[in-house]
Design a protein around this ligand. Structure first.
Ligand code: HEC
Length: 156
């Protein structure tokens, strides 16, 4: 009986070890795949995943997190209208990437996406290309949601 219970003990210890190792391996694979999964997202999907919490599902600056910030979250559907009807793609790109922007006064509340995406995708040279592609897709998406609103009339 003693022997059998010792074997049983050892078996359950081994099982615990194996389960722990397996769980760790699964967690690692899962986090890697989760970290590197966003490069395949469309601009709209990226926007919903990373931007809508602040800028709102429609990009109007009314996401659930917006109220908690002490600054106004801009409406991203009027970037063209506010720039004489032309969508300022290069400037928008630089703002979203954020790495080349120097803040003259105050704080930037928006995350520096060029850096965030680079880290998210694995922080290497491939990740740099992926971060650039993701930002390009976001800029194209933002361009696609531009609207012209009559300043005199309330927004629908
Ligand atoms: C934590 C909230 C938050 C998130 C998330 C966020 N933003 Fe912003 N965004 C802001 C705020 C606040 C500003 C105004 C500038 C500032 O304070 O940093 C801003 C400014 C901008 C601007 C400049 C608008 C203008 O009027 O010049 C663009 C473009 C923009 N965000 C795009 C994005 C995109 C694309 C994403 C997702 C990848 C995103 N934002 C995610 C809060 C956020």
């Amino acid at each position: 009986m003693l022997v059998i219970s010792e074997v049983a003990d050892e078996l359950s210890q081994m099982r615990a070890l194996l389960t722990g190792a397996l769980a760790a391996a699964i967690a690692l694979v899962w986090s890697l795949s989760a970290a590197q999964g966003f490069a395949t997202y469309s601009g709209g999907e990226l926007f919903q995943r990373f931007c809508a919490s602040c800028h709102g599902e429609q990009g109007r600056g009314d996401g659930p997190v917006a109220d908690t910030l002490s600054v106004l979250v801009p409406n991203l559907t009027q970037l063209a209208q506010r720039n004489d009807g032309r969508f300022p793609a290069a400037r928008v790109r630089d703002i979203v990437d954020g790495r080349s922007i120097v803040i003259a006064h105050g704080t930037r509340y928006m995350p520096v996406w060029g850096y965030e995406f680079w880290v998210e995708e694995g922080a290497d040279a491939v990740a740099e290309d992926e971060a650039r592609i993701m930002i390009d897709r976001l800029v194209d998406y933002l361009q696609s949601i531009q609207r012209v609103v009559d300043q005199a009339a309330p927004e629908p």
